[in-house]
Design a protein around this ligand. Structure first.
Ligand SMILES: Cc1cc2nc3c(=O)[nH]c(=O)nc-3n(C[C@H](O)[C@H](O)[C@H](O)COP(=O)(O)OP(=O)(O)OC[C@H]3O[C@@H](n4cnc5c(N)ncnc54)[C@H](O)[C@@H]3O)c2cc1C
Length: 334
């Protein structure tokens, strides 16, 4: 596809009530930097039903333009409606690139768009930049089981497409809303939507762990030694009003469920405070938590790699340190 504009697009996924999902707002952060480097505008693409709130959020988080498709058929994601709609917009405006959240919906739509447009898509990126020499986006993602970070470029085809997991980037700060809003009138007839939602089965709320939305996370690894060991982790989390996370080793041992797992094959988190207890700091774990604002590591091995990403390191037995911390926090609160 021939490019018509240097603009960079961010796909803003919406909820059924028309508000924006966090990941679309987060992507405006790297989007701003890439758009400026490309010499184009930052465009947010909002698709949904009754989308006023999402459109406003795009503007107050720095989008220069908001392209809006509002219609009943977009209230709930369907592969056909969304792929047809975004394909239409991409063909009409032909921007250089588009960032998509690596949500289940984004992971469904992104590859279909890349196939229809005959271009590349880099999935699950963890950082983004522009190669100064060529102007191509440098999409960085874990490769070979997370043992190295691959930098991928799409030099010959446009648009450049990539997905980024929720929580990798922080939301940009609020700003004055100066966005130009463009309403597009594109609708997908019902007969073109080949799927029907028959039933919604809500996730078992007892197993829902909102790690991505947590401000504080206390995580345990193999060092906690067993399911019982997570009691001290839970007590510290309760004292701090935090959510409990875990390494894959602890999950694989069956000490805690996968919904608590942080890392490459778990959740990507970005809390204000991340406390890693008895976690060595393998690259696959760090990939899921290294955008935390402050990292505290507790480990009895002074050479554990987790200390390389920690702001504060406590070398010692977690079964002495964690209860002492919990007691101190409770005393302080009292
Ligand atoms: C494709 C792939 C995907 C992966 N995805 C993930 C992922 O999403 N998330 C993830 O976490 N891992 C993931 N892994 C696994 C990862 O490589 C590590 O094996 C795992 O993170 C190790 O977990 P851990 O740090 O708890 O255990 P270990 O590496 O065994 O570390 C335990 C640590 O506890 C310390 N310790 C022991 N006892 C105490 C004590 N009493 N007090 C204080 N410290 C103590 C030890 O010094 C050690 O540093 C993945 C691996 C692969 C190949």
């Amino acid at each position: 596809m021939d490019v018509k504009t240097k603009d960079l697009w961010v796909f803003m996924e919406t909820k059924e009530d028309g508000t924006a999902k966090n990941v679309g707002i987060e992507l405006l952060n790297p989007g701003r930097r890439l758009a400026d480097k490309q010499g184009g505008k930052l465009v947010s693409v909002v698709i949904g039903y009754h989308t006023d709130a999402a459109v406003k959020e795009a503007g107050t988080h720095g989008a220069d333009k908001v392209l809006v498709l509002d219609g009943k058929e977009y209230q709930r994601y369907t592969t056909d409606a969304y792929t047809n709609a975004v394909e239409y917009l991409l063909k009409k405006y032909a921007p250089t690139s588009m960032l998509i959240g690596a949500t289940p919906n984004g992971r469904d739509m992104g590859p279909r768009l890349s196939s229809r447009l005959g271009t590349g898509l880099t999935a699950d990126c963890t950082s983004l930049d522009i190669d100064d020499a060529s102007g191509n986006i440098e999409w960085t993602r874990p490769a070979f089981g997370g043992n190295l970070m691959a930098v991928i470029m799409c030099p010959n085809n446009r648009p450049q497409l990539g997905t980024v997991r929720p929580g990798v980037f922080k939301k940009p700060s609020l700003c004055e809303n100066k966005a130009e809003i463009i309403h597009e009138d594109f609708h997908v007839p019902a007969e073109q939507i080949r799927t029907r939602l028959l039933k919604t089965i809500l996730e078992d709320s007892s197993d829902f762990v909102d790690l991505e939305g947590a401000d504080i996370i206390v995580s345990g690894g193999r060092g906690v030694g067993g399911a019982d060991g997570f009691k001290v982790i839970q007590e510290l989390a309760d004292a701090l009003g935090a959510t409990v996370g875990a390494s894959r080793a602890a999950v694989d041992e069956g000490w805690i469920t996968h919904s608590h797992q942080v890392g490459q094959t778990g959740k990507t988190v970005g809390p204000k405070l991340y406390i890693a207890c008895g976690i060595s700091g393998a690259i696959q774990h760090v990939a899921g938590m290294n955008s935390s604002d402050v990292v505290v590591a507790i480990n009895k091995d002074a050479d554990a790699p987790i200390f390389n990403v920690a702001d504060y390191g406590l070398v010692g037995d977690l079964f002495e340190i964690v209860p002492a911390l919990t007691a101190a926090i409770k005393k302080n609160k009292a």
